[in-house]
Design a protein around this ligand. Structure first.
Ligand SMILES: [Zn+2]
Length: 89
């Protein structure tokens, strides 16, 4: 009879070499520290599954110095890629 050895006991340490990582700095002022803030997207009633306008909270990071939110921090909804082909006539 085989016994399963629990492999979940592995240390989940992320061995990331920080020297291999690029610093992210504010695009506006160059400050390298950020804080988490919430940005809201408003979904118009037309596109809402409930048929009502909805506010969608998005967690983003703003520069702790000037409050600028880097473009790369803003979740893209893929409107450029055209994955959501919502155009029906
Ligand atoms: Zn800044």
């Amino acid at each position: 009879m085989k016994r399963k050895t629990p492999k979940a006991q592995k240390n989940m340490n992320m061995n990331v070499d920080l020297s291999q990582c690029d610093d992210v700095a504010c695009e506006s002022c160059g400050n390298p520290t950020f804080r988490q803030v919430v940005m809201f997207k408003k979904l118009s009633a037309v596109y809402s599954p409930t048929g009502k306008a909805t506010m969608i909270p998005l967690q983003v990071f703003e520069c702790s110095e000037c409050g600028h939110v880097n473009d790369e921090f803003i979740p893209k909804t893929g409107d450029k890629a055209g994955t959501n082909a919502l155009k029906n006539g």
